[in-house]
Write a protein of this length. Structure first.
Length: 301
């Protein structure tokens, strides 16, 4: 069966996050959807999957509840459900940068459509910055882009402060998976005095869905935060697996590495975990395997 995967976000003032959470949980009852929604005073962010009739219905509900027709919506298809359950969570931020003054609802960089993004990549006037985590960049990125080598988005402001002098003669262009991180990163550097800032509208996912492979300047795969692990052009599922110990994407060659043990470790995290933690991972993997034999999914996956 083909399922629809929907990702969306919107920065807008949420006066009563608990009330919005309750409303959404009520609307989700009776719908066969899996995924997550994050609610904060700064807005709403979600990843959902299910049959088209259910995803269409919840999007109509979301537009009505929030009062916005534009939810920065991206839609793709998959043969298997990429999430295990449905969760609605309250958070301090819908994407964490850790700075109080960052407010994308008030100011962001100019949007560049996917079809015009190649012009930015080819231009000597711009420095193009990948705002994603290092493990995401490792499996794919745009030609000629800068990798900040950050472990989490929280590290981006510090990286910018240390490196902005290198780009003072350049215009700045940024991109991320679906566009949400760039809403905050562009707001941050605009407040820091950078005047000419643009970002890829809809992120990498929109680019891969709209720009033909023959014209693409994307290299590799794009990491996604669901059980597909990565996607390629036309948003087809990529070749990567996930190490369930460190949550990093790995390829088939990594599975053959001496440090790989399913659910326990891979070459990236073997040295990070002590024997006691690996034993806990082994027990978890045992339970996952038993659940699979019995014909159901273990919630830990």
């Amino acid at each position: 069966m083909n399922y629809v995967v929907v990702t969306f976000y919107k920065f807008f003032p949420v006066l009563d996050p608990k009330h919005l959470k309750k409303m959404l949980e009520e609307k989700l009852q009776g719908l066969n959807l899996v995924g997550s929604m994050l609610i904060a005073t700064e807005g709403l962010n979600g990843y959902l999957a299910g049959e088209k009739c259910d995803t269409d219905l919840i999007i109509k509900v979301l537009k009505k509840i929030t009062g916005f027709s534009d939810l920065n919506l991206k839609v793709s298809k998959t043969d298997t459900l990429p999430f295990l359950r449905m969760k609605v969570k309250l958070k301090k931020e819908i994407v964490t940068i850790g700075l109080e003054g960052v407010k994308p609802s008030e100011l962001v960089g100019d949007y560049i459509d996917a079809h015009n993004w190649n012009n930015i990549l080819k231009s000597d006037d711009y420095v193009v910055i990948d705002t994603r985590n290092d493990y995401e960049v490792d499996i794919g990125t745009f030609k000629n882009s800068v990798n900040p080598k950050i472990k989490s988005f929280r590290e981006f402001p510090l990286w910018w402060q240390k490196n902005k002098a290198n780009y003072k003669e350049k215009k700045v262009a940024m991109f991320c998976t679906g566009g949400i991180r760039c809403e905050k990163s562009t707001n941050y550097i605009l407040q820091d005095g950078c005047n000419e800032v643009v970002h890829l509208k809809g992120g990498i996912l929109e680019y891969l869905g709209k720009v033909p492979k023959s014209m693409s300047m994307w290299e590799g795969a794009c990491f996604v935060f669901d059980q597909r692990v990565s996607v390629l052009h036309n948003l087809t599922e990529g070749p990567h697996l996930l190490c369930f110990a460190c949550r990093r994407p790995i390829n088939l060659a990594d599975v053959g590495n001496e440090y790989y043990q399913e659910g326990v470790s891979c070459k990236y995290c073997f040295d990070d975990n002590d024997s006691a933690r690996r034993e806990r991972f082994k027990e978890r993997q045992k339970q996952i395997s038993l659940a699979k034999k019995r014909g159901y999914k273990h919630i830990g996956r």
